[in-house]
Design a protein around this ligand. Structure first.
Ligand code: ASP
Ligand code: MG
Length: 407
């Protein structure tokens, strides 16, 4: 390990119990003792955030945003002070800071606040005094001076934003897996740990089902060029480096296969094929904050067509009631939904300059008797919607076709 200024972020399982907290403190101490400066970001212990959310539900039906944020951020506050105590036991001078103290200024959007600015003066002061700052993740203070929570998975974003603000050499995200894999190892045991992945590829991966790190943090890292290292707080081995795309001699055409079972397909049928109809459907959905993903419009016959699209499971009810209301307004014949769908995606920067990836993907699915219901693409990604009960087969077959397994 070369010497430098590092941000080290530890997820909930990494600090899940007293023994884990001491193990993490030991790792930080070793990093400091070998000559590095370290800024630590910590999540709430284990399932603490879920527990606090459950507690709030048991107490109140209203749950005002301001009080929810005050409650949830207590989880990280508990973890950060305990971690500092463990560091002191090892002879490392450390101070904990809330998001507010660490200089995280956010908007007023409780439970999902966005960072407006980071003013890390106290963090820099602590560093200059040779102390280790330990910052509570996923929190800040709003422009109205209230405590805010950055949302689920927000500690990753805290770490990346802090790394940018203090000009760290790298941001290490320590988690319970050894890094980013070519696909979900629970579906394909021979999935390979990726030693490198580009921001663009990882962003597409997190947008299509790869659970870690949080997508927002990858976006932030890409925008500001923060080098990421995703690695394990259990084995401490080298994990996956994330950075700018490298022009490699033998760049793989496809780097990863992801899948997502969290979306539902909706179809509005018998829609008049004329200007303004799609606009009114998707405007109505966006007005209630439904995030529509894939969209397919069939070729029209006798002036009518079908429009299919996907929405997150959680938004199905709201989306259905909006679509049902619209059916009459736009003169469509009906609306239906299918929750038994899943999306499989292949991702690779090498696709930009290599034709034929779509063809290989479709052939592979066909050979396995898997019907494609919808398709969407970007410059470095191809996604297909298939039946949910065939998703594992689809992932396994594509991982094999594109030669991603451990050799
Ligand atoms: N503890 C919060 C959560 O579970 C924030 C985080 O860990 O990123 O979502
Ligand atoms: Mg987390």
């Amino acid at each position: 390990m070369s010497m430098g200024l590092l941000v080290q972020k530890f997820g909930g399982t990494a600090v899940g119990d007293p023994e884990r907290i001491r193990a993490v403190a030991d790792h930080i101490a070793r990093t400091v003792n070998s000559g590095n400066q370290v800024v630590v970001v910590v999540s709430a212990m284990g399932k603490e955030t879920d527990e606090l959310l459950r507690l709030a539900e048991d107490v109140s039906s209203k749950r005002p945003g301001r009080e929810m944020d005050m409650l949830i951020t207590a989880g990280e506050r508990k973890a950060m002070s305990l971690l500092c105590m463990a560091l002191h036991d090892l002879g490392v001078e450390a101070d904990s800071f809330t998001g507010s103290q660490a200089g995280f200024l956010t908007d007023t959007n409780h439970q999902n606040a966005k960072i407006v600015e980071v003013k890390p003066e106290r963090i820099q002061m602590a560093l200059s005094e040779g102390r280790v700052p330990v910052v509570g993740g996923s929190q800040g203070v709003s422009v109205d001076n209230d405590v805010t929570f950055l949302g689920r998975g927000g500690s990753d974003t805290t770490a990346v934003a802090l790394a940018h603000a203090v000009k760290a050499d790298a941001c290490e995200l320590y988690t319970d897996v050894t890094g980013v894999f070519t696909t979900d190892p629970r579906i394909v045991p021979s999935a390979r740990l990726m030693t490198n992945v580009s921001f663009d590829e990882l962003l597409e991966m997190t947008a299509t089902g790869c659970p870690k790190p949080a997508m927002r943090s990858v976006e932030y890292a890409r925008t500001h060029g923060v080098k990421l290292h995703i690695r394990s707080a259990f084995t401490w081995q080298e994990g996956t480096w994330v950075g700018e795309e490298k022009v490699e001699m033998e760049q793989a055409i496809v780097s990863a296969v992801t899948h997502d079972t969290s979306e539902t397909k909706m179809t509005i049928s018998g829609v008049p094929d004329k200007p303004g109809i799609a606009a009114s459907v998707f405007r109505a959905l966006s007005d209630v904050d439904v995030n529509v993903d894939m969209i397919v419009q069939n070729t029209s016959e006798d002036g009518v067509t079908d429009i299919s699209f996907t929405v997150p499971h959680g938004d199905l009810e709201a989306s259905m009631s909006i679509a049902e209301n619209l059916v009459e307004d736009i003169g469509a014949s009906g609306v239906s939904s299918d929750t038994e769908v899943a999306r499989v995606t292949v991702i690779g920067a090498g696709m930009r300059s290599n034709p034929g990836v779509a063809a290989s993907m479709f052939e592979t699915l066909a050979e396995n008797g898997i019907n494609i219901q919808m398709i969407s693409t970007s410059a470095i990604r191809i996604s297909c919607m298939v039946a949910e009960n065939q998703i594992n087969e689809a992932v396994q077959a594509l991982h094999e076709t594109f030669g991603l397994a451990e050799s």
